[in-house]
Ligand binder design. Structure first.
Ligand code: GCW
Length: 682
């Protein structure tokens, strides 16, 4: 229907024809197991097939008889066991699966070593069917590349969502946990179908009532969430308040080395695990943006996280400790303090001191999810420490789900980035999948973009970012185009013109957004606090450390070792050389690393000032074209869906002009240099 609620799980009916006939053979599911996740898998498979074919398949609780889709963990279903030999079985990891078609016997077998594997296998088959793939010649094994594939909710218990752009929380309202568990279950479906296996359900800024999620007042309700997510193979985590011993424990300190504090956390862990035996662990934002942490007690972040890790260890729990630690009360005159340096400077020297059930969660860039940033140099810089990467699906700085910005291409660039941490072949994706250093824990985390809007993400096309995040966490080798295409076909059906048009729009959207906002990697230039809309000097004269240093001569931040903050030296070898030198620094990051005059000539051959004018005029025009492209799809999809997106794109086109004019006029007046093409600049 036209509200987008089904997202990519709409399973459009396919028209009678060859494909229909091919799929229709498999109208019987056989299974012998009854555990929670396998039951979920069967109900998902039946529901999906019923929707695609228009007939509910029969479910037979015995492992025999064809035609069928036989599903089961190895050793449970005779057809599955007959289908997969030892080689295949040993190739299937804990969450992986194998699928094989036997056309002659009209049978497809899905085998796995766990219920989760079965569920992922089922969703894989449904994805193939809902993208129009041939399914009678399948022979594949899939394993997730990353162990942790996590979603972070920034939901507050009053129902608000920090940086949420799609309505209110689906988890909480009025300081209570919601009674609408159906919506939470539907969210679990969306997540599991894209490959997610972990979720933290409250904001990393943990306020008064959220701190109490760890108490008996809330734990029974938290356990209800855990049960829902469990049946979809997703582990539940909580963000905790570092000062909990004080705030909810009645102690007079939260000093991590204080025996009473350690004892308190051990007791707390026991209580949490009594309520939720497979609880994932704690996510912690400490000593960051005015949140409490070990610094208060002159302890470091190894002391702080190890104390929690020790409490969780007996239960197999983990501590995910965020590295977003920086001085947010800077003085612009102090040119040695550089926010970009902070995470590396704080954590690098602690390498080797963290327990093996601690994971450091590092944002993809050194600043804060800007449209363009270099890759965080901390990732890969700690060989004796578990690390995971943090992305932001919610579009805080990339248009807040009013502008179209498909983020997978940005994340792909990050993941493919060569760090040289252990010589060539040390890309970010190999660090965060744990293979480069052989970490015990590692993976992906990302801040969700959903709320209680009917279509989950506000902007319907922003669903592609949620879907794509899960797919990329499962396998970072997938291409951004491929993921987008899968998502489009599942969401809108398979009309080729529609698929090509939306694919083109998604693929150019990041570049469009970048071109009319802050130029050449300098970032920010947004309105303070809510971060929407242009404001070139919005943060320039405040303490947050996000300067661009524009004056009448030039712009940019000198982060070189030679004459600036030295940030460039946090990179290794060729990366350091490339960023340090103004000649070799890539255009798109020039102003992140260098302060240059407006007449500085880029690799593109244009001056910085002309580049600013050109990209802003073009960007606003391209935003206008996005709207026209979408308009050309009128009639080729559900009208409701079409309308929703049309109105967002109209707003984007208007707002892009505001960006264009604000930025252009600012730099025209600062520099006094006219546009070579004499276009209208206010
Ligand atoms: O990007 C900033 C956001 C804050 C957020 C913080 C963080 C949850 O503006 O809203 O707080 O990052 O990542 O901790």
């Amino acid at each position: 229907s036209g509200d987008g609620y089904q997202a990519w799980l709409g399973f459009h009916r396919i028209a009678p024809g060859e494909l229909y006939d091919q799929y229709a053979v498999y109208n019987r599911i056989t299974v012998t197991e009854k555990d929670d996740i396998v039951r979920t898998a069967i109900s998902e498979l039946s529901r999906g097939i019923a929707s695609i074919l228009g007939n509910e398949p029969e479910v037979a609780e015995s492992g025999v008889g064809v035609p069928c889709i036989a599903i089961g963990t190895f050793g449970s279903n005779p057809i599955v066991d007959r289908t997969f030999g030892n080689d295949t079985r040993s190739a299937v990891g804990p969450e992986g699966f194998a699928i094989k078609s036997d056309k002659d016997n009209r049978c497809i077998a899905i085998g796995a070593s766990s219920g989760s594997g079965i569920l992922y296998g089922v969703f894989h088959l449904l994805r193939l069917m809902s993208t129009g793939a041939t399914i009678d010649k399948l022979d594949l094994v899939e394993n997730p590349v990353n162990m942790l594939r996590m979603i972070n909710q920034w939901d507050n218990i009053d129902g608000s969502i920090e940086r949420g752009y799609a309505g209110k929380s689906i988890f909480y309202a009025n300081n209570r946990i919601t009674g609408d568990l159906e919506r939470v279950r539907d969210y679990a479906r969306l997540l599991a179908s894209s490959g997610i296996n972990a979720i933290s359900i409250n904001n990393v800024n943990v306020h008064k009532y959220e701190s109490m999620l760890l108490t008996q007042e809330y734990l029974p309700d938290v356990a209800k969430f855990a049960a829902i997510f469990r049946s979809y193979g997703i582990k539940l985590f909580l963000s905790i308040n570092y000062a909990s011993p004080l705030e909810i424990g009645g102690l007079s300190t939260a000093d991590p080395l204080d025996p009473a504090v350690r004892e308190w956390w051990r007791g707390k862990a026991a209580e949490v695990y009594a309520a939720i035996p497979d609880f994932g662990g704690f996510l912690v934002k400490a000593d960051s943006e005015n949140r409490p942490g070990p610094f208060t007690y002159d302890r470091d972040h190894a002391d702080g996280s190890n104390m929690l890790a020790e409490a969780l260890k007996p239960y197999g729990g983990i501590v995910i400790w965020r590295c977003f630690v920086y001085n947010c009360k800077q003085d612009w005159r102090d040119r040695t303090t550089d926010r970009a340096r902070a995470a590396y400077d704080h954590f690098k020297l602690l390498d080797g001191r963290f327990m093996d059930n601690v994971i450091l969660q590092v944002k993809n860039g050194p600043m804060d999810f800007q449209v363009r940033e270099p890759v965080s140099p901390l990732i890969g810089a700690m060989e004796a420490t578990n690390q995971m990467i943090e992305f932001q699906i919610t579009q805080e700085y990339t248009g807040q789900q009013r502008h179209l910005c498909y983020l997978i291409p940005q994340w792909k660039e990050v993941l493919d980035f060569e760090t040289y941490a252990k010589g060539e072949g040390s890309s970010i994706k190999r660090i965060v999948d744990g293979s480069l250093y052989g970490n015990r824990f590692s993976g992906f985390a990302a801040v969700s973009n959903i709320g209680n809007d009917a279509n989950w993400t506000g902007h319907l096309l922003a669903q592609a970012n949620l879907y794509g995040y899960g797919r990329l966490a499962w396998n970072p080798e997938l291409a951004a185009e491929g993921i987008a295409e899968e998502w489009i076909r599942q969401t809108f059906g398979g009309n080729e013109k529609l698929v090509r048009t939306i694919l083109g729009m998604l693929m150019e959207s990041w570049s469009i957004y970048e071109s009319y906002t802050a130029p050449l990697g300098v970032g920010w230039m947004v309105n303070p606090d809510h971060h929407y809309g242009p404001n070139v000097d919005g943060y320039e004269y405040s303490k947050w450390g996000t300067y661009h240093f524009a004056d009448c001569y030039g712009i940019g931040v000198d982060r070189t070792q030679a004459s600036g903050t030295g940030y460039a030296a946090q990179y290794r070898g060729a990366n350091y050389d490339r960023y340090e030198s103004v000649e070799s620094c890539p255009d798109e990051l020039l102003l992140f690393f260098h302060h240059v005059p407006y007449a500085h000539v880029l690799h593109s051959g244009k001056t910085v000032i002309q580049h600013i004018y050109d990209t802003h005029f073009e960007g606003a025009e391209r935003a206008e074209q996005l709207k026209a492209k979408w308009d050309s799809l009128t009639g080729s999809m559900d009208e409701g869906l079409h309308k929703q997106v049309a109105s967002r794109l109209a707003e984007q086109a208007e707002h892009a002009k505001e960006w264009r004019d604000m930025i252009n006029t600012y730099f025209y007046r600062k520099s006094g240099i006219a546009d070579q093409l004499g276009r209208k600049i206010y």
